[in-house]
Design a protein around this ligand. Sequence first.
Ligand SMILES: C[S@@+](CC[C@H](N)C(=O)[O-])C[C@H]1O[C@@H](n2cnc3c(N)ncnc32)[C@H](O)[C@@H]1O
Length: 247
Amino acid sequence: MDYDQTNMPETYDRGRKPAEGMLEMWMERVATALAGHEISAIVDLGCGTGRFTQALARTFDASVIGIDPSEKMLAQAKAKPIAERVSFANGAGERMPCADASADLIFASMAFHHFSSPQRAAKECWRVLRKDGAVCIRNSTRERSSPYEAYFPNYRVTLDTLPAAREITDAFALNGFALRHHEAIPHLMAKDVTDLADKAAFRADTTLLRLSDDDFARGMANMRAAAQAPSGAAMIDIDLFVFAREG
Ligand SMILES: C[S@@+](CC[C@H](N)C(=O)[O-])C[C@H]1O[C@@H](n2cnc3c(N)ncnc32)[C@H](O)[C@@H]1O
């Protein structure tokens, strides 16, 4: 999906604002999954508005280049206060503006399902990583369910457009990587249905964009009606993979 042709660059940070403690939780889990790797240079691939870019620099005490094909998403990222060791550039998984063997870690959050060719992206990761480098993929997969399924008609159809975990592991296994870690991590999407509806209203999610306008409107009405009663937290499982470069 070409984010520059949508209004996602303007709505993304509000619609996808991490719940309290979530950014820190993810950085801790990513650091744990990468224990033993020496990391001083990171690529945040498909960085979007830079939701994770600065946090990666802080967590690993490393330089980070955020790469994205959307100029408008990059403009949002660049408009934030940026640490000296953080930079941004136009590029994509299939063509990174990076020298051979120049990074220790390539981190890609919610970008894998946008690669036009996952195999070419995996090959490109191999080229850009140093020996013993790693790829960390944080992505929703088709195997998981979402709180949105209870409200939006036909939401399951859009979830089925996401990659299966096996497609992710195959893309890297076939291109010089070994799977080192895979787990599904519970992620707090929203503290209750009102919070979930407030975020969904921005439609800053390609799964919501793929719904018809009618299904989207019906889902929003269903959520607003459900929000009249007390409700609990909305959780979703997100997959985290670590692949080590071989050879
Ligand atoms: C859902 S956003 C994720 C942004 C950020 N990583 C995050 O988790 O907040 C997906 C991003 O992938 C980018 N994207 C689209 N095609 C891509 C490609 N072929 N390679 C890398 N990124 C791509 C989009 O422009 C968008 O900014």
